[in-house]
Design a protein around this ligand. Structure first.
Ligand code: ADP
Length: 479
């Protein structure tokens, strides 16, 4: 229970001008899709926000053709400096309309407004600014001789950071001279459609960015389309494997950013209060709907009781509820299907013998909610130590030596991220060297920056996004 109550501090919805229905964004215009329209709901209230078109194979074909024409006639002929101007313009519009995007993101996704306002949308704008700077400097980015675009890029993104993932995908693609067909996730299409309006506002040449909405079959149509030169996917490992199989033997290139089961490792010399904040940020940020979430806490045995006690006391103060309330720390679970997955895995945790604790907070009666939950007494073989839960659930394991911490941290099919908490710099470097994870944070967690590459080892995927490395998959080099 919170130690004291806050008065409600809701952000106004009036800044968002929702239409009742949305078409597909193809060749610079909104058009009706040929499939069966679907509804996007607010996961916090189950209110229908808007109806959205479903793109069929024919619609995806039209989008790919529009992207090809725009590539051949306009975008590939434009100088990098001029492409950069469009990216700067988009970045500035995102800043100007940041509040509108943040409110819509929280409505459609369920994430707290303080996160969409302070993290998702500013970072999305930052990715456009950052990549805009590279557009006329690709020869100096150490990408290899004569770097140039692939052509038409198909991009498929998940629901956990809808606008931010869009920016991670579209900004480097456009900066390097590619044109895009992007599909947002079926539960969170609305900010991508608002972004389509931004493309119109920025006078981006028609067809450079196309947004097609729909579920798995629409994504599959993008993957299978012969006119796609390169794919970029962020989502589950299962779908990532299907995509890898589907393009094997074709000329299509791909980057896959998939699941994770990150270890957040706390040594006995760590500053415990800061580590507790890092643990909370690691797994309860964005309801734990984070592929690089610190979902496995590995804590040195000598301080395990102390960390557990302070962690639970801190979790008692987390406010769960209305995503639009500025005091909310933890918002809604994105969908009923995701809630069902979290319930199934946490039930397995209990039946396999781990000890379950939650903060006992009151939950709203409508919508999809899950209390911040901690499992102690978790062993390596438990499903909650092996499988990605993608929810506000922390599994706690202990270790005695650094070698044991490394062995446990690496005992997973994934390898996206890891965290280390210790005051010893030499130990940080030694651990970072041993950990099979694409990103290793030291005495912090879930820090993102457009200049910093992000991506996985093993079943967390391949390719990097962000930084100079994030440009590489979008160019071919050589003669
Ligand atoms: P999650 O729901 O865990 O984020 P998914 O991999 O199911 O992961 O979804 C990520 C994105 O992949 C979404 O946009 C989804 O619509 C899309 N998708 C789902 N199935 C397929 C598929 N077979 N081919 C291509 N894209 C797909």
């Amino acid at each position: 229970m919170p130690t004291f109550e806050y008065a409600p501090a809701p952000e106004s919805r009036s800044v968002v001008d929702l239409r009742t229905s949305y078409g597909l964004f193809i060749n610079g215009e909104f058009v009706d899709g040929g499939g069966t329209a679907f509804k996007s709901i607010s996961p916090a209230t189950e209110e229908v926000l808007a109806e959205v078109s479903e793109a069929t194979d024919a619609d995806v074909d039209a989008a790919v053709k529009a992207a090809r024409t725009a590539y051949t006639r306009v975008w590939s002929r434009m100088s990098g400096a001029d492409r950069g101007k469009y990216l700067y313009r988009i970045a500035r519009i995102l800043q100007e309309r940041a509040r509108e995007f943040a409110v819509l993101e929280s409505l459609d996704n369920g994430k707290p407004i303080k996160e969409s306002r302070d993290v998702d949308i500013p970072l999305a704008a930052a990715h456009f600014f950052y990549n805009a700077g590279w557009a006329d400097k690709l020869e100096f980015a150490s990408l290899g001789p004569n770097p140039r675009a692939h052509g038409v890029v198909g991009q498929i993104i998940p629901w956990n950071f809808p606008m931010l993932m869009l920016a991670w995908k579209i900004a480097p693609a456009l900066a390097t001279g590619n044109t895009v067909v992007l599909k947002p996730a079926e539960t969170t299409p609305l900010t991508a459609l608002l972004f389509a309006e931004v493309c119109q506002q920025a006078d981006l040449p028609p067809g450079v960015v196309n947004i097609v909405t729909g579920a798995g079959p629409t994504g599959q149509a993008i993957v299978d389309h012969a006119g796609i030169d390169k794919l970029a996917f962020t989502g589950s490992t299962g779908v990532g494997k299907m995509i890898a199989r589907a393009i094997a033997g074709t000329r299509k290139k791909a980057t896959l950013e998939l699941g994770g089961k990150a270890a957040n490792i706390v040594f006995d010399d760590a500053p415990i209060d800061q580590a507790v904040e890092g643990i909370v940020n690691g797994i309860f940020f964005n309801q734990g709907h984070v592929c690089c979430a610190g979902s496995r806490l590995l804590v040195q045995e000598s301080i395990a009781d102390e960390v557990e006690r302070r962690l639970k006391r801190r979790l008692d103060t987390l406010r769960v509820g209305d995503p639009l309330d500025k005091n909310t720390d933890v918002g809604a679970i994105n969908s009923r299907a995701q809630l069902d997955r979290i319930v199934a895995l946490t039930d397995a945790g209990e039946s396999e013998g781990a000890e379950r604790w939650d903060n006992g907070c009151e939950l709203p009666s409508k919508g999809f909610w899950f209390r911040p939950t901690v499992f102690t007494g978790v062993t390596q073989t438990h499903r909650i130590a092996q499988e990605e839960i993608f929810g506000p659930v922390l599994s706690v394991l202990t270790f005695r030596t650094p070698q044991e911490a490394v062995a446990k941290a690496n005992n997973t099919p994934y390898g996206l991220s890891a965290g280390i908490w210790t005051e010893k710099g030499s130990r940080i470097l030694w651990m970072a060297d041993q950990l099979k994870a694409g990103v290793v944070w030291a005495n912090t967690f879930n820090k993102f920056d457009p200049t910093s590459p992000f991506g996985g080892y093993k079943e967390s995927g391949y390719g990097r996004e962000g930084g100079r490395h994030g440009l590489e998959p979008y160019v071919k080099t050589g003669a």
